[in-house]
Design a protein around this ligand. Structure first.
Ligand code: CP
Length: 303
């Protein structure tokens, strides 16, 4: 962690637990905003996003500022990458301004790992291609724990475009370290068989009802058309076979938690009735994004 946070795969269960426990300290009290701290005064972070983001970019910026750090955000469109500058030259340029960490999202899997080796500045991975999105998995775990459950022994159904999902991969790494039974579900064309080998006890099914039956958590995923070279499933039929509707939720445990990393596509992978229901924790996930990212920034920058 001293070098940044590149993924969940390499973290120990104890390290994950420490971040989740620390994030709880940063959660706002009922009806209040996030408290302002002075823990990272004189520290500076750069948010460098080469892909679109609402939740991750904003919550990292809020998290840094709530801890007393300075935060600067740059998008690829607004940077000299749009004028042909290479990734290494862009990062070297930013590195010369002496930030204490760079938070980076990139469409290429492994880009943050490459840059951390090259630059020697802690890099926090805010999503790299189809590889990992570590802070998403951490905030998802915090959200499940907030609903009163222990992770051990839970059944978590992850449904949708598994093939292209860095959220699914980070969650599989995290949940399996805590003894969670993970069921992956989606159209066969978006459900690579090898993902069943990622961790012990990961099941695969193309049948939504099988995935959801007796689930404690249902995690829906967006179909990532931007990463598909050709349509993997007829768009008009996707909701019929893989869209989460109230009748599906009935098959799960009565206190099931419905989650979605966002952005959600209502009427494509989730119905409005479910997204806006009491069972939905979608906005709790967003709120926990700030608390978890405060915990991660503190851990990386206070070192
Ligand atoms: N969940 C997530 O990464 O959302 P953004 O793409 O809006 O950051």
């Amino acid at each position: 962690m001293a070098q940044g946070l590149l993924g969940i795969e390499s973290l120990l269960r104890e390290e994950i637990q420490e971040i989740l426990d620390r994030a709880r300290d940063f959660q706002p009290r009922e009806g209040q905003s996030f408290r302002k701290y002075d823990l990272l005064r004189d520290r500076m972070v750069v948010n460098l996003f080469f892909e679109a983001s609402t939740r991750t970019r904003t919550s990292f910026e809020i998290a840094a500022k709530r801890l007393g750090a300075d935060a600067v955000s740059i998008t690829a469109q607004a940077s000299s990458v749009s004028k042909g500058e290479s990734l290494v030259d862009t990062l070297n340029t930013l590195g010369a301004m002496r930030p204490d960490a760079i938070i980076m999202r990139h469409a290429a899997s492994g880009a943050p790992h490459f840059l951390q080796r090259h630059l020697g500045i802690p890099i926090i991975n805010a999503g790299d291609g189809t590889h990992e999105h570590p802070t998403q998995a951490l905030l998802d775990a915090r959200t499940i724990l907030d609903r009163g459950a222990k992770l051990e022994g839970l059944r978590v159904a992850i449904i949708g475009d598994i093939a292209h999902s860095r959220v699914a991969r980070s969650n599989i790494f995290l949940l399996s370290k805590f003894g969670v039974q993970v069921v992956l579900c989606g159209p066969a064309s978006l459900l690579p068989r090898e993902m069943g080998q990622m961790a012990p006890g990961v099941e695969l099914t193309c049948d939504m009802e099988t995935a959801i039956r007796a689930a404690d958590v249902i995690m829906m995923l967006r179909v990532q058309l931007e990463r598909q070279h050709s349509a993997a499933f007829p768009a008009g039929e996707y909701f019929q076979f893989f869209g989460l509707r109230p009748e599906h939720v009935e098959l799960a445990k009565p206190d099931v938690v419905v989650m979605h990393p966002g952005p959600i596509n209502r009427g494509r992978e989730i119905s409005s009735e479910v997204a806006d229901s009491q069972r939905s924790a979608i906005l709790n996930q967003v709120e926990n994004g700030v608390a978890v990212r405060m915990a991660v920034l503190e851990r990386v920058l206070a070192a």
